[in-house]
Structure formats: structure tokens, C-alpha cells
Write a protein that binds this ligand. Structure first.
Ligand code: IYR
Length: 222
């Protein structure tokens, strides 16, 4: 049984209305500059920055506050090389038979293929694992809303990376059980997302695409 620790007072950080409006608009404008990047520079990024990014992701809400995530933070060239080789092997099969014609057509906009050089070029890779259950005193204990919790944590992670002036990509090699083996994760963890982190290459290009408008994504029930 987990220990109950009662309740403590909460003090909201709040702002005047003009300040609130300025902050909300500024965060939107800044977030709207984020792009998924596939061409990375090999310029290094201090570990302290990566640590704070991961700590930010860990502020995510989660089902019953189980915090069902593990962030594998990888700088080792040997591991990155193993991961790249294994990811490309799976991706090659995906691009040559496993993905539907429609899927391949939909990806043409992004110019992706089975080659994943960014796994080795970016100074850091984070592989996020979801913890589908916990072992406590040799017994299995459930986690709740694991996909939702880890998805939200990854959203915070991505915005924290952008906030630091760095670039990332949500890479989901499929299937990705090779990550369990290479990173020697226990059976209660399943790979969820791979994110290279670093500076965009000087000559990086991004697809010329738009975001949906407010009217396209929102319905106001006033
Ligand atoms: N995982 C593959 C394919 C891929 C799928 C989607 I949906 C994308 O938005 C982008 C790529 C890859 O990483 O190339």
C-alpha cells in the first residue's frame, strides 16, 4: 500500500489580465516557430540543458501520479550507432513493403526514407519508454492511462527542447522492440518515442506546410 501524505496548500502563480494576454500570445508565437528537424549539426549541447529538459517533461500530469516514464539519455557513439543500424533495418522493411501506398504517398511531402543519419549526427538521443506496470516488492502494480501520460510528457519534452533553442524530431521506428534489447530495459518498459536533440544543421530545410487555423481546429460553445 502506498503511503498517503495528505494535502498541502497551493499558491497559483497568476498575472494581470494584460500580462496574461501577452504571455499567452508570446508562447503561441514562439511555439509556432517549432519545426520537426531531420538534418542536425553535430554541435554539442551541455548535459545540464538535457537534464532540465527531461526534468520539465517529468512535470507532466499522469494517471494516479504514477509518472510511468523512463527517459534513456544517450550520448554514447557506440549505442547511437547500434540504434541507427537497427532502426534503419526496420525502416528499410517498412519503406519496402510494410507501409501502404497511401502512407508512402502521404510521406512524400516530408521527403523521408529509411535512412536515419540524425540518430548518429545529433549530440543526444532520448528514447522514451512507457512503464506499463511497476514491480513493487516483487509484485506487479498497475499504472493508469500510460499512453496519455507519456504522450503529455513527450509534448512537454518537445516544447522544452524548443524553448532551449534546440531542435528535435519525433521518430517512431516501427516496430521498435530493438530499443528494449539495445538499452537492456526490463519487461515492464516498452519503447514509446525516439527523439534526436541538437542544433538544426545550418542548411536544414523543412517542408513548406501550414498549420490548421483556429477555426479549423476549434469549436466554440459560448
Ligand atoms: N517511421 C518512419 C515513417 C514515418 C511515419 C510518419 I506518420 C511520419 O510523419 C514520418 C515518418 C520514419 O521515421 O521515416
Amino acid at each position: 500500500m502506498s503511503k498517503q501524505r495528505g494535502f498541502i496548500p497551493f499558491k497559483q502563480t497568476s498575472f494581470s489580465q494584460p500580462e496574461m494576454m501577452k504571455r499567452a500570445e508570446a508562447l503561441y508565437q514562439f511555439s509556432n516557430q517549432r519545426r520537426s528537424i531531420r538534418d542536425f549539426s553535430d554541435k554539442d549541447v551541455p548535459f545540464e540543458v538535457i537534464k532540465n529538459i527531461v526534468l520539465t517533461a517529468g512535470t507532466s500530469p499522469s494517471g494516479a501520479h504514477k509518472q510511468p516514464w523512463t527517459f534513456c539519455i544517450i550520448r554514447s557513439n557506440e549505442l547511437k550507432s547500434k540504434i541507427k543500424t537497427a532502426a534503419e533495418e526496420e525502416e528499410y522493411k517498412s519503406y519496402h513493403g510494410r507501409m501502404s501506398e497511401q502512407w508512402l504517398e502521404d510521406l512524400k511531402t516530408f521527403g523521408t526514407d529509411w535512412n536515419k543519419p540524425f540518430i548518429e549526427t545529433a549530440p543526444w538521443i532520448i528514447v522514451v519508454f512507457k512503464r506499463i506496470f511497476e514491480f513493487e516488492e516483487n509484485e506487479k502494480r498497475p499504472n493508469y492511462y500510460v499512453n496519455e501520460s507519456v504522450g503529455i510528457a513527450c509534448g512537454l519534452l518537445i516544447n522544452a527542447i524548443h524553448n532551449a533553442g534546440l531542435a528535435t524530431l519525433t521518430h517512431t521506428p516501427s516496430p521498435m522492440n530493438f530499443l528494449t534489447e539495445i538499452l537492456e530495459r526490463p519487461e515492464n518498459e516498452k519503447p514509446y518515442l525516439l527523439l534526436p536533440i541538437g542544433y538544426a544543421a545550418r542548411d536544414a530545410k523543412v517542408p513548406n506546410i501550414d498549420r490548421k487555423t483556429f477555426e479549423e481546429v476549434a469549436i466554440l460553445f459560448d
